[in-house]
Design a protein around this ligand. Structure first.
Ligand SMILES: N[C@@H](CCC(=O)N[C@@H](CS)C(=O)NCC(=O)O)C(=O)O
Length: 234
């Protein structure tokens, strides 16, 4: 495989800097995980906006990179063995970039697996549950008369916040002193839950002082502030 010749997505989103890592995204909670990590690592990259308003994620060009029609996705022209690598699913991208740069994933084997455990807690739990709560509380589902689906996802979101709050007691970050890809995965979703989704009261966010403290530390990081706005919306 050669970049960009063998990647049809570049016909819709041409690479101005084909030597740099290419990011195809939108600043949503899943999208910003990758832009924040890229900003934290200092790796040179080029960001392309995938607009949902024009359904870019279902365009034939986008589907050649991610058949699952979701952001984020990347192409690293300098992937393993010096060959280009296309990748989607934010958790996989975070692990890949952390390993590539040797940052934000502890080298010690046990700590590495524990970081991945919390990353999977976000991927399989926090993301899907907060996302469903967003649908039933903020998006079209809020018009539904039957509030049982909303309440189910609110209860599950609250339960996961309790797990996180208990774990964070006495720790600066999810992995203690080390800021890792687990934080980069979890906290954009917490921020979104109480910000954009406005579900703070519904989940009783005031009951989670540790989560509040770490969220404040997270959003205060300059790389996080930058990453939250990348790619710039059109
Ligand atoms: N598990 C995926 C989820 C990605 C995802 O749900 N992306 C949303 C934005 S946050 C998306 O692209 N939605 C567009 C669509 O479903 O058409 C990941 O973590 O990368």
């Amino acid at each position: 495989m050669q970049f960009p010749a063998d990647f049809p997505i570049t016909r819709k989103w041409p690479a101005q800097h084909p030597d740099r890592l290419q990011l195809y995204s939108l600043p949503t909670p899943n999208g910003v995980k990758v832009s924040i990590l890229l900003e934290e690592t200092g790796l040179p990259y080029e960001a392309h906006l995938v607009s949902f308003e024009t359904q870019d994620q279902t365009s034939p060009e986008f589907l050649t990179l991610n058949p699952n029609n979701k952001i984020p996705a990347i192409i690293d022209p300098d992937g393993p063995g010096g060959k280009p690598l296309g990748l989607w699913e934010s958790g996989a991208i975070l692990i890949y970039l952390a390993e590539k740069t040797g940052q934000f994933l502890p080298p010690d084997a046990a700590a590495r697996y524990e970081t991945i455990q919390w990353l999977m807690f976000q991927m399989g739990g926090i993301g899907p549950m907060f996302g469903q709560l967003g649908f039933f509380h903020h998006f079209a589902g809020k018009e539904y008369e039957d509030k049982r689906p909303r309440d189910r996802y609110a209860a599950e979101s609250r339960r996961m916040l309790q797990v996180l709050d208990k774990h964070l007691a006495g720790r600066a970050w999810i992995m203690g002193d080390a800021y890792t890809i687990a934080d980069i995965a979890v906290f954009p979703w917490v921020r979104n839950l109480i910000g954009f989704y406005d579900a703070g009261d519904l989940v009783g966010f005031q009951d989670f002082p540790q989560v509040q403290r770490v969220l404040a530390s997270f959003v205060a990081r300059p790389a996080v502030e930058r990453g939250l706005a990348i790619p710039k919306r059109g």
